[in-house]
Design a protein around this ligand. Structure first.
Ligand SMILES: Cc1cc2nc3c(=O)[nH]c(=O)nc-3n(C[C@H](O)[C@H](O)[C@H](O)COP(=O)(O)OP(=O)(O)OC[C@H]3O[C@@H](n4cnc5c(N)ncnc54)[C@H](O)[C@@H]3O)c2cc1C
Length: 379
């Protein structure tokens, strides 16, 4: 077993790191405070292949593995969780869904545009009344000749307003029955589609989260992804990969907070000593380093299984659950290490603290991850 990242992974990490330092870091707090979704940054990342990391080269992507994907999300999130979240949603939810379940014509039409960031992708599963209970969705699609008519609302959608296309999972059968939903690609300039309320959030403020409204929105049958009735099952598979994204996002935030705390603890003096010399602080750093390393290994395990096309539902849920809880704990302790300064916007840890919380909620809460894991271990 070799735990050393491959040379390619290290090169990709360096590219993402350089990009984040140059194009993201100088603007992090400005975007956070104004809740601006910085579209231009995503266009630039498209030029570097970061918007289609897993998309094969034949469809215009970078054709890289899950190990490089993890690294990219991590390096960007180390600098800004919001940009990391949007990058993850674009790559693994919208693009990942089309890559896994689109037919050849759909892949040829959509993947090159998504991978180059000509188009930004959204993915709509959640509704106002159905978050964890997503299978109970109310948004419907009804067949009418060669078209489907979509009606309903999707909430909490990353790029729900600024996106160009969305994969939307709609109910096509009776409520609370098996196989009652189907996925569609909706071009967001289609008549009958509109964006609703943009959420005003605690953290991840530069990642746009908005409502998508469908009012007799007609979509051709050629934009149906896979078979009628398999939408929810597709979504669960997409979320397995999505959990690698959120685990990587969590790792980036945790590492960013840890590195800031590590440095500060050696620079800040109290009682004529650096605060790192107090066991109360150094043990915090020891716990952070240990828990981050454990989260990293769980995430690498999920990447390895996914890369080899092996079942990984349990491992992806474990990685997402553990890494996200670690991110919250590390960011909380990092604020503590900074003391009063950590509570201000002059230092980066307060933002890590706010951003980290999303990781225990999005793409399945920690409680839902425990449901998934317990189901798997009790099989
Ligand atoms: C910033 C952000 C971006 C998002 N982006 C997207 C996106 O792009 N696309 C998308 O489709 N969705 C997106 N979401 C939605 C997200 O996936 C949901 O918020 C999440 O799944 C939780 O659903 P909920 O908010 O309705 O909470 P609820 O399901 O109402 O849960 C409330 C609480 O009850 C607990 N709970 C619920 N059911 C159970 C149970 N059976 N056992 C134990 N506890 C339970 C939960 O763990 C939680 O603590 C996003 C959310 C946020 C905040």
């Amino acid at each position: 077993m070799n735990f050393q990242p491959a040379e390619l992974t290290q090169q990709v990490a360096q590219t993402a790191r350089d990009f984040a330092q140059q194009h993201i870091k100088p603007h992090v707090m400005e975007w956070d405070e104004s809740q601006e979704f910085p579209l231009q940054v995503f266009k630039e990342m498209g030029k570097l292949g970061l918007m289609g990391v897993l998309v094969p080269e034949e469809y215009g992507g970078a054709g890289l593995s899950y190990f490089e994907y993890k690294t990219v999300i991590e390096e960007i999130a180390k600098v800004c969780g919001s940009i990391g979240l949007s990058l993850a949603a674009h790559n693994s939810l919208c693009t990942g869904h089309i890559l896994s379940f689109g037919n050849e014509a759909q892949k040829k039409k959509y993947l090159p545009r998504l991978a180059s960031a000509e188009w930004i992708g959204a993915w709509g599963l959640t509704e106002a009344n159905t978050g964890s209970d997503a299978g109970n969705m109310r948004c419907t699609a009804v067949k009418d000749g060669d078209e489907w008519i979509i009606n309903g609302t999707k909430n909490w959608i990353t790029h729900g307003k600024s996106g160009d296309i969305a994969v939307v999972i709609c109910r096509t059968g009776e409520p609370r029955t098996r196989d009652n939903s189907t996925s569609f690609v909706v071009e967001m300039n289609t008549k009958g589609f509109s964006a609703g309320k943009k959420e005003n959030k605690l953290g991840m403020r530069a990642s746009e989260t908005a409502e998508m409204i469908f009012d007799n929105c007609r979509v051709p049958d050629s934009q149906r992804l896979g078979e009628v009735g398999e939408g929810f099952r597709q979504a669960m598979k997409v979320l397995d990969g999505g959990r690698i994204s959120i685990a990587s996002l969590s790792l980036g935030i945790a590492k960013g907070a840890y590195e800031a705390a590590l440095q500060y603890s050696q620079e800040r003096y109290q009682f004529d000593k650096p605060i790192a010399s107090f066991q109360g602080i150094s043990f915090k750093l020891a716990d952070m380093a240990t828990e981050i390393a454990a989260a990293d290994l769980l995430t690498l395990q999920a990447c390895d299984l996914r890369q080899r096309d092996q079942p990984m539902t349990k491992e992806a849920a474990m990685a997402k659950y553990y890494a996200s809880e670690v991110a919250v704990k590390v960011a909380t302790d990092a604020v503590q290490v900074f003391g009063g300064y950590g509570y201000t916007k002059d230092f980066p840890v307060e933002k890590y603290y706010r951003d980290a919380k999303l990781c225990t909620i999005g793409e399945g809460t920690s409680e839902i991850q425990k449901l998934v894991i317990s189901r798997e271990v009790l099989k």
